[in-house]
Design a protein around this ligand. Sequence first.
Ligand code: FES
Length: 175
Amino acid sequence: MSTCTDNWTEVEAAAKLVLGEPIVAFIEARRGQAHPESQLIAVLHRVQAEYGYLADAHLDAVAQLMQVPAAKVAGVASFYHFFRLKPRGKFMINVCLGTACYVKGAERVAQKIIEELGITWGETSKDGVFTLEGTRCLGTCGLAPVVMIDEQIHGELTPDQVPALLESYLKKSRA
Ligand code: FES
């Protein structure tokens, strides 16, 4: 493989430290292939699957290894909503903001979650347990309003039920 980097061995060693050997191998298999942006997105997905989010150090290492400008990698990572640039909590709360849920009071449920956790959309609670996101229709409109925590659907929620629901996950996080 030819590179335009004089200190390639050092770059590769540093990237292995940041990303781990399996991801470096994943990148090496894709470097120079057709559709570079698709390859970059696939790599960023792989990194996020491993670490839960994309830290600056991950993005820099990907840029070095794929030999694309760091600004390009950062631009792709921030453009697509499915990439996370901050660490996520142990549990991901997704409040459905689709029409059926909205009509049935999703906003009030969301407001209660926001009050209870002291965070807003896209943030993670200080204890690192919860990250709050809004989402489009989850396909369970008959249970509106719906909140999904990780893969678990909680339907017909009222604001009054929110504290106990969050507490049940807090207990799980301590288990
Ligand atoms: S609108 Fe919320 S599940 Fe469909």
